[in-house]
Design a protein around this ligand. Structure first.
Ligand code: TRP
Length: 359
């Protein structure tokens, strides 16, 4: 298939995570693995959404600061190379906040409140009607996270797709009202027609919704159903051992669409073995859940082993992590400041130039 990007246009990628705690294997298969694949061929920017973390944890600012550094260790563990990708802190890139304010003017309030991911979070996190003004604003902020980098592609899990859709709407609208791009223009043509922003695409991972070890909900730290990079083999076996399938006997035909088989297909790398397990399970050919769980556990332990090794040298060394982040922020600001200048120019908001220095 022909790619939309030609070799003439280097394609930029922006994605990120909210620092809510250590990363788990759901993050790995849902998104980080894809970034590792892309880091050699694309310009990758990875944002630590520490301001977004305040939407639900404003009272835990110190913990957010700690989690922000900790995620960098997990990224490196999972195979991201800080020389290849720019890992940076959202609040150290001021252009993002400035663009958020501007983009908030381009989005109807009701459009933001209709965003299904926001609605879902309000429900799941039990926010009721007591959420902060900043809570819906974070979705507008996310459009600025992406557009500040004039990103072409955003590797994310499925739950983030509504945010990318909103980002596409903002980009189209900006290009139409300030850059003279026709409202009939094809998304792929916006940049060529003089739009400041490309219309970015969501790049949804192969496995964007790994179930947690409860076998029911999506894997998530707050639900206590996650496996972390730093878990010991014993912890991993114990967590998987509890995975609920509802199946009773090794001779009962099992459902290969259950959570356990999501794990089989995600972590057992030999396709012939996966097929054999699926066949035995679906026909009830004397194969117990416990056996399969331990086979999956071994596969996960094997996957995590090199991650633990890569993580070890950074344990307890905040200085090195800060150096990585400073370098990432400098690289991020170089692009974001350029975008902001272009956007302000187009929107007749540019009166003076400016420089930005991180110390
Ligand atoms: N909202 C995302 C999450 O919680 C994190 C995020 C913030 C993000 N800004 C982004 C993801 C921009 C992709 C692009 O997972």
């Amino acid at each position: 298939m022909m790619s939309e990007q030609t070799s003439m246009t280097p394609s930029r990628i922006l994605t990120g995570d909210t620092p809510t705690g250590p990363l788990h294997i759901g993050h790995y298969v849902g998104s980080v693995r894809r970034r590792v694949e892309l880091q050699d061929s694309h310009q990758c920017y990875i944002l630590l959404a520490n301001m977004h973390a305040f939407t639900t944890r404003a009272e835990q600012a110190e913990a957010i600061h700690r989690d922000t550094l900790e995620i960098v260790r997990d990224y490196i563990a999972m195979g991201l190379d800080p020389k290849k990708v720019a890992m940076f802190i959202q609040t150290e890139v001021p252009a993002i906040s400035e663009l958020t304010y501007l983009f908030a003017m381009l989005l109807p309030f009701n459009r933001v409140m209709r965003n299904p991911t926001l609605k879902d979070e309000i429900k799941v996190k039990g926010l009721g009607d007591s959420y902060s003004f900043g809570f819906p604003l974070y979705a507008v902020g996310q459009t600025a996270d992406i557009l500040a980098f004039r990103a072409h592609s955003v590797p994310v899990g499925e739950d983030q797709v509504p945010h990318i859709e909103m980002t596409r709407e903002v980009a189209r609208r900006f290009n139409q009202i300030y850059c003279g791009v026709s409202d009939q223009a094809d998304d792929a043509e916006h940049e060529r027609l003089g739009g400041v922003f490309p219309i970015p695409k969501a790049d949804v991972g192969r496995c964007s919704r790994l179930p947690g070890t409860d076998g029911v909900n999506k894997m998530s730290k707050s639900l206590g159903n996650a496996i972390f990079v730093t878990d010991t083999p014993k912890q991993i076996k114990k967590k998987l051992g509890k995975l609920y399938t509802g199946r009773q006997n090794p001779t009962d035909p099992g459902d290969i669409n259950n959570a356990l088989f999501e794990y089989v297909r995600t972590f057992i790398t030999d396709p012939a073995r996966v097929e054999k397990l699926e066949r035995a399970y679906s026909t009830g050919d004397n194969i117990g859940d416990g056996h399969i769980k331990m086979e999956v556990a071994e596969a996960i332990i094997e996957l995590l082993e090199p991650m633990k090794e890569r993580r070890a040298p950074y344990e307890g060394d905040d200085g090195t992590i800060m150096d990585i982040l400073r370098d990432g922020c400098v690289r991020a600001n170089a692009v974001a400041e350029e975008t902001l200048a272009l956007a302000k120019e187009a929107a007749h908001l540019r009166y003076f130039g400016r420089g930005l220095q991180l110390l």
